[in-house]
Design a protein around this ligand. Structure first.
Ligand SMILES: Nc1nc2c(c(=O)[nH]1)N[C@H]1C(S)=C(S)[C@@H](COP(=O)(O)O)O[C@H]1N2
Ligand SMILES: [Mo]
Length: 264
């Protein structure tokens, strides 16, 4: 029986002419060009139209580009939300000569008695708090391994007021319903944004002492942030102001490409 699928009767293939070959190549390469550009355009469009990330996670980057990092961040957030504590050490293990590193916004000398911490509530109300007022609050101490993203770490000993005690004392509990705390040096040259759970973590301090002595100028006199669940970059020295918001506060190193969350 004759095969209904057979095409033309078999015979010697007619060789293509040069013109036919060229036009066939052109067709193929132009066709591939169209298909590939379509794919590229489609890919670009998919990214372009991709949703911005969920609220509180990273700084409005396009979602697919940040998916892996966000997953890590969310995993660690869950980890920290049950208040896991950073490892602490006996006082004797703390460095006597505490390493000093980087002084953006810590130029000149602060007059500790004139210095005031400016607390900016979201309502616009501002509290001005002197260092002696903060020293009257219950004191908390911590000895932990301070880690800098540049690769060094050092066990150091800090004292001050727990951030969450400070919140309670100044009746700022409503502010902690917001997603972020922002802190800036008095001259606004160094600034950090901290997610609220990390700020409220029981080991986070507004520190005014190192090795049981008032903070020296180069360690951020009279008040600095000690936040053991984060890398050194977030431990802002010489706090001038504290604010609260749902929008990510500006962050010096995040603006330069470092991870905003910067958790350990
Ligand atoms: N105001 C201010 N705070 C800062 C910095 C800075 O440059 N300016 N550097 C940060 C970095 S990168 C680190 S590792 C620690 C270093 O703190 P130390 O000098 O007390 O060791 O401070 C952090 N806080
Ligand atoms: Mo650092």
């Amino acid at each position: 029986m004759k095969n209904p699928f057979s095409k033309k009767p078999k015979g010697p293939k007619k060789p293509l002419t040069v013109e036919q070959k060229i036009s066939r190549r052109n067709f193929i390469s132009f066709g591939s060009f169209v298909v590939l550009s379509g794919a590229a355009y489609g890919g670009w469009k998919a990214l372009y139209n991709a949703p911005i990330e969920p609220r509180t996670v990273t700084a409005g980057a396009i979602k697919p580009l940040r998916r892996a990092l966000n997953k890590t961040e969310l995993v660690f957030r869950r980890f920290f939300s049950n208040n896991n504590l950073v490892k602490t050490y006996p006082k004797e293990m703390a460095a006597k000569n505490v390493r000093h590193n980087s002084d953006i916004g810590v130029g000149g000398t602060v007059d500790v008695q004139k210095w005031q911490l400016q607390v900016q509530k979201q309502s616009g109300e501002v509290l001005n708090i002197g260092i002696d007022d903060l020293k009257k609050l219950p004191k908390t101490e911590i000895v932990f391994d301070f880690k800098c993203v540049e690769g060094w770490d050092q066990i150091s000993y800090w004292g001050g007021v727990k951030f969450s005690d400070f919140i309670t004392h100044y009746k700022l509990d409503d502010q902690t319903k917001l997603d972020y705390v922002g802190m800036e040096t008095p001259d606004k040259k160094y600034y950090v944004g901290i997610d609220m759970p990390s700020a409220m973590h029981p080991q986070t301090l507004l520190a005014y002492e190192v090795n049981e002595k008032p903070l020296p100028q180069n360690h951020g006199a009279p008040l600095r942030l000690i936040i053991p669940v984060k890398y050194g970059i977030k431990n802002l020295k010489r706090i001038g102001s504290i604010s609260f918001s749902n929008k990510r506060p500006r962050d010096y190193w995040a603006e330069k490409g470092y991870d905003y969350y910067s958790g350990l």
